[in-house]
Design a protein around this ligand. Structure first.
Ligand SMILES: *Cc1c(COP(=O)(O)O)cnc(C)c1O
Length: 490
């Protein structure tokens, strides 16, 4: 491409100051090239390393000063190919098991492009992208077995969705005054299992309640909150003058994929007048499967459920969701009038309530499009098949580990997460194995700590993962073990 696309000499043919190209053809060709490269990358994703470390000179390139003059987009794109594309986190790859990350899809990728092209602001006003979001939330509610009055939002992810849920529960407990006066001296207390995700404590912290307002209740051997312990804690806290207000059930714990007894928690919440919230970040997808759905029985009784589209539903980052049984509560917890946002019921300002009335964000991207296109393209049936396949692979991996004397299965496998140890290995061994596998690009596992000991963790989330990929986990870990464990001589 010759010349700068938006240089001053372009002024005669386009509006001076416009950032559109004076000459569209070259940029069009570049755009097509980008798309072709993306298709090539995805088609061949299995062949490359899962991950590779960023060399020092590449990292150093990110220290450049603010550029004052522009550059040819061809050169900017060349930098992207050289400096960015090879050094992603690797979650597109079928041997990425590190954390609960979705693999993304081609249709999701294309939807991101369409959404960027439309450049919709989904905070409010009356336009089709808002209807797309409402449709997606209604589908989510249907999947969860929620009533028609349910409402919600598409958000950046479950962390943000948990935060929104805490604020809704706070309003439900204390009413409108809390929004003007804060919580004052009330000691609002929330309850979750000790396997709950750290973002639940952070949500309470961000809501001004303090992370100590979250009581972590011990779990049974299957990683489920002990409900009798919860009952005791509630009583003790009330006796001490505190105000229990919400219980957070976990459907798919981040460490081992454990699912609380949600029906039991729902009953506790009803009896005690507490907001029942479920963090089902990835577990919610099990609702699509007749076989897995019984594990989540009770979720349909929750006051609010949050989950991610970008994990097990494979939608590209970032997209999560909150569904609230009674949308009026969400609105009451967030709505705030501003003159320049005053709805008139006509024209572009019709169509209340707007997303800005239901959550903390005003300007919001069109995240719902990639969710809508994903669900429309694959249908609930193919998405269900991905979820079930991942669970089958997890059971296969667990069975292989159980048969391998050098390895030890360290937690029950409820869904798609398998935790293992190398027999005789200490914490440093397990950290070393995970790092070595990552650095060699063979596979990505993460570590976590269970029962005070470091373990390797494989989360099987990617629709591209096959049986041979999970079998490779075992051979990779055994190879890594030979690097990190000096075997005693026989
Ligand atoms: C991933 C996860 C979260 C956090 O979700 P983000 O989308 O990363 O913000 C919360 N809870 C559980 C159980 C998770 O697995």
């Amino acid at each position: 491409m010759d010349g700068h696309l938006a240089g001053p000499h372009a002024g005669e043919r386009s509006c001076a100051g416009s950032l559109d190209p004076a000459e569209w053809r070259a940029l069009r060709i570049l755009g097509h090239q980008m798309l072709d490269d993306l298709f090539d990358d995805l088609e061949a994703v299995r062949e490359g390393p899962v991950w590779q470390p960023m060399p020092d000179d590449i990292r150093a390139a990110w220290q450049a000063p603010l550029p004052h003059s522009g550059a040819d987009p061809v050169d900017v794109y060349a930098d992207y190919r050289r400096l960015v594309a090879p050094y992603g986190v690797g979650n597109r790859h079928p041997r990425f098991f590190g954390w609960v990350h979705g693999g993304g899809t081609v249709i999701g990728m294309l939807a991101e492009m369409l959404a960027a092209g439309l450049n919709a602001n989904c905070g409010g006003r009356d336009h089709a992208p808002i209807e797309v979001e409402r449709q997606v939330v209604r589908w989510a509610a249907e999947m969860l077995g929620f009533p028609k009055e349910a409402g919600g939002l598409v958000l950046s992810g479950t962390s943000m969705a948990n935060f929104v849920a805490v604020l809704a529960a706070r309003w439900a407990a204390l009413g409108g005054a809390v929004r003007e006066d804060g919580i004052g001296g009330t000691r609002l207390m929330a309850y979750a299992s000790d396997g709950a995700h750290m973002c639940v404590a952070r949500a309470l912290d961000m809501a001004g309640l303090g992370s100590r307002s979250l009581r972590l209740i011990a779990c049974d051997d299957a990683g489920r909150m002990r409900i009798p312990d919860l009952a005791e804690r509630l009583e003790a806290d009330r006796a001490a003058g505190m105000t229990p207000f919400m219980v957070v059930g976990t459907a798919g714990s981040v460490d081992i994929g454990a699912i609380d007894d949600l029906a039991g928690l729902a009953e506790m919440c009803r009896e005690n007048g507490l907001w029942f919230h479920v963090d089902a970040a990835f577990g919610a997808m099990a609702m699509l499967s007749d076989r897995l759905q019984p594990l989540l029985r009770g979720i349909e009784q929750a006051d609010s459920v949050v989950f991610d589209f970008h994990k097990w539903m494979q939608v590209p980052y970032a997209a999560g969701c909150i569904v609230v049984r009674d949308q009026a509560v969400l609105r009451a917890a967030f709505v705030r009038q501003a003159d320049y946002l005053r709805p008139t019921g006509r024209g572009l300002t019709a169509g209340e309530p707007w997303p800005v009335d239901l959550g903390p964000e005003l300007s919001r991207g069109f995240r719902a499009l990639k969710v809508w296109m994903t669900i429309r393209t694959y249908g609930a049936d193919r998405l269900r098949a991905v979820v079930e396949h991942c669970c089958v692979l997890a059971q296969r991996l667990a069975a292989t580990i159980a048969r391998t004397p050098e390895l030890e299965l360290v937690a029950p496998v409820a869904l798609n997460i398998v935790c293992l140890r190398v027999a005789g290995g200490d914490d440093a061994t397990h950290d070393g194995i995970a790092s070595w596998l990552q650095e060699t690009g063979r596979s990505v596992l993460s570590t976590t700590t269970l029962g005070g000991r470091r373990v390797l963790r494989a989360a099987i989330v990617n629709h591209r993962t096959r049986a041979s990929d999970v079998d490779a986990i075992v051979s990779d870990v055994l190879d890594a073990r030979n690097v990190f464990v000096v075997m005693p001589r026989r």
